[in-house]
Design a protein around this ligand. Structure first.
Ligand SMILES: O=C(O)CCC(=O)C(=O)O
Ligand SMILES: [Fe+2]
Length: 198
């Protein structure tokens, strides 16, 4: 399947050992600000505790998991929770733009510049080989950082309000990605990463 066929509307971003597609604004029926406000209010946000090298930490962001199946992520067991009408609308828009299907979404709420996500790959067995993961962003712009696992390459993608980033092919096998803390004061950002649990 060619994930980046012209009708998909995604701009391919050159990446060695992986596939990235980007769109500045996903077509949506409401404004980005309206969707941000609804996601903030309607989501069952949790401050999860994770265990890293035997020590318990609060994750530096809030998160929520919706989908038909439970999911294990960073040592957490996330219970299945059905998609809300709002999440179903967003999933439909993402599926139309990417020509992929998704049955789950992880939402991340970065409250300010101090919230972040450590470098990782979304390579859990439940996602299958060469998973397609679509990342939809609302609110403050943050920089998505990709680092190649076997050489020193770094790629930065601006995750602007309303933008969609698709990772596919070998991206999870060869690259780590994450969101750094910043020193400059930033407003909140909400990110949704749509996944397909097989
Ligand atoms: O906030 C982002 O854009 C990154 C989210 C991410 O990598 C994840 O949820 O696995
Ligand atoms: Fe990720």
């Amino acid at each position: 399947m060619d994930l980046f066929a012209p009708q998909a509307g995604l701009l391919p971003l050159p990446l060695e050992d992986g596939e990235l597609g980007w769109m500045a604004q996903l077509p949506l029926p409401w404004s980005n600000a309206e969707i941000f406000a609804r996601l903030l209010a309607e989501t069952d946000w949790r401050e999860e505790t994770v265990v890293v090298y035997g020590k318990r930490h609060l994750q530096p962001r809030l998160s929520a998991w919706y989908g038909d199946k439970a999911y294990a992520y960073s040592g957490l067991r996330l219970q299945a929770t059905p998609f809300t009408p709002l999440l179903t609308m967003l999933r439909d828009a993402v599926e139309a733009a990417t020509a992929c299907t998704f049955n789950s979404v992880l939402l991340n709420y970065y409250r300010n510049e101090r919230d972040s996500m450590g470098m990782h790959s979304d390579d859990e067995a439940e996602l299958g080989l060469q998973p397609a993961i679509a990342s939809l962003s609302f609110g403050a712009e943050r920089t998505f950082i990709l680092k190649h696992k076997h050489n020193k390459q770094t790629v930065r993608v601006p995750l602007t309000d309303g933008s969609l980033l698709l990772m596919a092919g070998d991206t999870q096998q060869y690259w780590l990605h994450g969101i750094n803390k910043m020193t400059k004061s930033l407003q909140a950002r909400i990110n949704l990463t749509f996944r397909n649990i097989v």
